[in-house]
Design a protein around this ligand. Structure first.
Ligand code: GSH
Length: 206
């Protein structure tokens, strides 16, 4: 690789954490650039984070960034075998369409908690109602005894969930129980994830 990759983001951003976790897992060298300013609009069409700079061009969407990171280094987070890849990708897409929308509501409401307690509590209660059957499906899937969401190998399906699971474990611990909690604890032991948390803890507040 001629130029190092640059990850533009913020330590408190869960989407930045998804990309950072993948970079750490794959031991891909990168420079982190802290972003908190309007100039960032030039790097991301919607001014959001993260963005990844590759050979002087900017790319966005944390999971697309993870897939690029996966393609340039080993071991793979998505298996080559089409059926095994399908097993991983159904849970990655499931994260985007089923899990993330409600986890995002809880994250946002938990942050606002002090400012607007009543509406934050209403939002959390509604999101919890939606997440309950979704997490029951995760519990059932994890009953396969393989340890990870898509099977016995740690995969992209696990990477994408972790920053939001880490929010839910604190904001709604009653929802993250049983095998889902064991799955979270297993991923939390990974050095690549521990680095994400250490980085979040040590950066100055945004
Ligand atoms: N689906 C996008 C979501 C990006 C996103 O919404 N990022 C948030 C931080 S986690 C952000 O930039 N928020 C600031 C804003 O919307 O202005 C991804 O995964 O990269």
């Amino acid at each position: 690789m001629s130029q190092p990759l640059r990850l533009y983001g913020l330590h408190t951003s869960r989407c930045t954490q998804i990309a950072r976790f993948a970079l750490n897992e794959k031991k891909v060298p990168f420079q982190y650039v802290r972003v908190n300013s309007p100039e960032h609009l030039a790097r991301h069409p919607l001014g959001k984070i993260p963005a990844l700079e590759v050979q002087g061009k900017y790319y966005f969407e944390s999971i697309a960034i993870c897939r690029y990171i996966d393609a340039i280094s080993t071991p793979s987070l998505v298996p080559a075998d089409p059926v095994a890849a399908l097993a991983v990708n159904q849970w990655v897409e499931g994260f985007i369409y089923n899990f993330y929308p409600y986890a995002f509501i809880i994250k946002t409401a938990a942050q606002r908690d002090a400012a607007d307690t009543t509406s934050a509590a209403d939002n959390i209660a509604s999101a919890k109602t939606h997440l309950t059957p979704i997490l029951a499906a995760y519990e059932k899937q994890l009953a396969n005894g393989c340890g990870y969401l898509a099977g016995s190998e740690f995969s992209l399906a696990d990477v994408v969930h972790m920053p939001y699971l880490n929010v839910l474990v604190k904001a709604v611990p009653e929802l993250i129980q049983g095998r889902v909690r064991e799955w979270f604890d297993r991923i939390a032991e990974r050095p690549a994830w521990k680095e994400v948390l250490e980085f979040e803890a040590n950066e100055p507040a945004p």
